[in-house]
Ligand binder design. Structure first.
Ligand code: FES
Length: 115
């Protein structure tokens, strides 16, 4: 299982990356062009991770995974807190997330963090 799109706007990350690559823009430009991230907002940290890593398919990640990449994810943090307070299980692919966030070979685009 991977995360590869803004579900609310039915826009895959490959399309968003193509727009970002062509325009040199970041999250704000992608939002303006497609609307992505402006509904539930859960895709925002993934879009930031996509801009940062260049990967268009990302493992399901939790807030701590995003923090390792220097990415804020307040909407996701609130969702996880709500689910945990209700006793609902919050699962993700920890191994895949660690491969991404802990990879010494990952060439991060630091300018993406400013988007
Ligand atoms: S998944 Fe992108 S705004 Fe909801």
């Amino acid at each position: 299982m991977s995360v590869s799109s803004c579900i609310c706007y039915r826009t895959d990350f490959a399309s968003l990356k193509a727009i970002a690559d062509a325009s040199g823009g970041g999250l704000q430009e992608l939002h303006a062009a497609t609307g992505c991230g402006s509904r539930c907002g859960l895709c925002i940290p993934y879009i930031r991770a996509m801009l940062l890593t260049g990967l268009v398919e990302l493992p399901p990640m939790l807030p701590n995974d995003f923090k390792k990449l220097g990415i804020r994810c307040s909407t996701l943090e609130r969702l996880v807190t709500q689910l945990e307070s209700r006793g609902e299980p919050v699962t993700h692919d920890a191994e895949a997330a660690a491969r991404l966030t802990d990879s010494p070979n990952l060439q991060l685009d630091q300018s993406a963090q400013k988007a």
